[in-house]
Design a protein around this ligand. Structure first.
Ligand code: GTP
Ligand code: SPV
Ligand code: MN
Length: 624
């Protein structure tokens, strides 16, 4: 595109608009000026949470979003822009030693000019929204790592950022070091001409981790465009946590479980790969038979930063986010009533890529009700096609995209913990890993040894989902659920885990959970899941407190049937047996795959190899 810097029309007003917004940080102003000129944006607008109502009404007027009931909104994305792209996501630094197996490392000297070229003049005619944000509860000891400024040329992305992060100039105006903020530039590009998923793909999503700069070009979807969330909250923060030696940043949910009889509260953090149950677990309502006694509190559903608090030597976790970007599919009154409350009237929720009714402004997605609405009048699928105009071959297609989502702030979540924004976070009692695994993995197995727990996270194997393009259903290893978000080498990552958790005086117990085991013949889920998932977690906490013993197996401690509170659970006895058993033969085969998986990682700590050998030896002894 021909672009003449001198032609930038209204940028003379830039200083005035920064002044009017009260943006004082000189380094932020310098940065905004640089990228406004570079991208050719027509005007610049600094925004924060207080601008939401105005931005919503502007977006409605422009037809970028549609009303979806009282205080609820709906947006469709471009049809080829519905999920994260792992292939196009890159971590770039100046140091080739930062190259790992999963971080798609490239030299920053090569990527910088590429991104600069793609972004030059690419926001011409558009408004550049300047969004200062904080990825931490205010006052957190990790605040210095949490400050950022996203520049985006997409208003719907700005609306999402306001929901997902704490936004406003106050987060950058009085920094001890005014230069210490993550610089994130998001340029949407011409979505219809980017060759998504072809050899001519023009998209690039790059985190320049050692420069604390994020340049994303070519998408307006979630993790590709909300730079505070995934690029900063996970990739950049993981890198910073490692480089400083201070903390871990993981794709983890974070919950509290309170026993109302004793008043005791435990906290569990845990990683499941994308679209594998973190949000649902964090919003879990106790099963009816346990509801009088237990209550689950939501702290976070996608990201946790963890550190040792020197005051008591325990691991403390915070949720750096301020909202939920949740999967719509299968969310209903039975599976997740909490989620439905959090997207109810006047929540200012934004739905993306679900089905929408032009007349009634209702939304629908697969699993919302057992069958789609019978009267299809006014209903359009996520691509905008009228259901009534579908050809016979198109009848079976889903109405909503499988990765359609809802975006709502934490304060709308009915089970939000009262202390969700406590600056120091909460002490972690247990760390769990899990994923979509159709066989082998039992309902829960507890691990009491640190190296074996870290080893278990590193060997998390699961089916990938529709949350990323082109990988749905692939069985793959997803270490700690961080495979798409890894930003430094895996050997160093393992060592950093051992160091951080190892420094705690009272270490969390580990466990591997699986809600997704299936019957090989008819495919039904052996475990009912959702609200019932509280039961194995209660068992884990009792094990930690020494109240139950479980059954030692080569791969960890499994509950006995008697120990698992199953009052009111609808489950076939043979399914339960399967869920609590370990197939030694199947696990022995798995160990060979694990060995090959771990062998890819340079410099993997000897403790991890020793843990692998211990598990392998225990399996061999069992097999006799
Ligand atoms: P990301 O936001 O992509 O990181 O996903 P997530 O891990 O938060 O996943 P989420 O809780 O949104 O769940 C994704 C899908 O899994 C939804 O369609 C859920 O309905 C489904 N799901 C969640 N928990 C369970 C469960 O216990 N059993 C079954 N069968 N499905 C579940
Ligand atoms: C995921 O894909 O794991 C998400 C959604 O949590 S995104 O923000 O797009 O990464
Ligand atoms: Mn996620």
């Amino acid at each position: 595109m021909a672009y003449d810097v001198n032609a930038a029309p209204a940028l003379t007003d830039l200083e005035t608009s920064l002044d009017d917004a009260g943006l004082k940080n000189p380094r932020v102003r310098e940065y905004v000026r640089h990228w406004a000129e570079h991208t050719g944006a027509e005007r610049v607008e600094v925004i924060g949470a207080s601008d939401d109502a105005r931005l919503i009404s502007e977006s409605l007027k422009a037809g970028e979003i549609l009303p979806a009931g009282e205080g609820r909104y709906y947006a469709r994305s471009y049809v080829k822009d519905t999920a994260r792209s792992e292939e196009r996501t890159i971590v770039a630094t100046a140091n080739p030693a930062d190259k790992g197996i999963y971080d798609n490392w490239r030299p920053s000297g090569e990527m910088r000019p590429l991104l600069e070229k793609l972004m030059r003049g690419a926001s011409a005619g558009k408004t550049m929204y300047v969004i200062p944000y904080l990825m931490a509860p205010p006052g957190s000891p990790l605040e210095p790592y949490a400050v950022g400024v996203e520049l985006t040329d997409h208003r719907t992305v700005a609306l999402h950022m306001i929901r997902m992060a704490r936004c406003g100039v106050e987060h950058v105006n009085n920094l001890a070091d005014p230069n210490r903020f993550v610089r994130g530039v998001h340029v949407t590009g011409d979505l219809a001409n980017l060759g998504q998923g072809t050899p001519e793909d023009k998209r690039y999503f790059v985190t320049f981790a050692d420069e604390r700069t994020i340049l994303h070009f070519g998408s307006s979807y979630g993790g590709n465009a909300l730079l505070g969330k995934i690029a900063h909250g996970l990739r950049q923060a993981a890198y910073d946590g490692w480089a400083s030696g201070e903390f871990l940043a993981e794709q983890f949910m974070l919950i509290g479980i309170t026993d109302k009889e004793t008043g005791r509260t435990w906290h569990i953090a845990g990683g499941f790969p994308s679209a594998s149950g973190k949000t649902n677990l964090a919003m879990m309502l106790a099963p009816d038979s346990l509801g009088d006694r237990y209550h689950v509190e939501f702290y976070g559903d996608d990201i946790a930063w963890m550190r040792v608090d020197p005051r008591d030597g325990r691991i403390y976790a915070i949720n750096p986010e301020f909202g939920v970007f949740g999967v719509a599919k299968d969310t209903n009154e039975v599976t997740n009533p909490t989620a439905l409350r959090s997207v109810g009237p006047d929540t200012n929720v934004l739905f993306t890529n679900v089905a929408y009714n032009d007349d009634s402004h209702e939304v629908w997605w697969e699993g919302r009700t057992p069958e789609p609405p019978t009267d299809v009048t006014g209903w359009r699928d996520w691509t905008g096609q009228l259901i009534s105009e579908r050809s016979p071959e198109e009848q079976g297609k889903p109405w909503a995209h499988p990765n359609s989502r809802f975006t709502t702030t934490l304060t709308n979540v009915p089970n939000i913990a009262p202390d969700f924004d406590a600056p120091s976070g909460v002490a972690v009692d247990a760390i769990i890993f899990g994923g979509r695994t159709r066989d082998r993995e039992p309902l829960i197995r507890a691990i009491t040894d640190l190296a074996e727990g870290v080893y278990d996270g590193l060997t998390l194997g699961a089916e990938a989902t529709f949350a990323a393009e082109g990988v749905d259903g692939q069985l793959r290893y997803d270490p700690m659920s961080m495979r798409p978000f890894m930003s430094y080498p895996e050997g160093a990552y393992a060592a950093h885990w051992l160091k951080i958790i190892g420094a705690a005086s009272d270490q969390p117990i580990f466990a591997h959970v699986n809600w997704f085991q299936r019957d090989p013949d008819d495919g039904h889920f052996l475990w009912p899941g959702y609200r019932e998932n509280l039961r194995p977690l209660l068992w884990l906490l009792r094990l930690r407190d020494g109240e139950v013993q479980g059954k030692q197996t080569p791969v960890g401690i499994v509950p006995t049937k008697e120990e698992l509170d199953l009052d009111g659970v609808d489950i076939r006895p043979e399914d339960l047996d399967e869920l609590l058993s370990i197939d030694t033969g199947r696990w022995t085969t798995e160990m060979a795959h694990r060995e090959a998986h771990l062998a890819q990682f340079d410099g993997l700590p000897e403790e991890i190899w020793a843990a692998h050998r211990r598990v392998a030896a225990a399996l061999a002894a069992k097999a006799g």
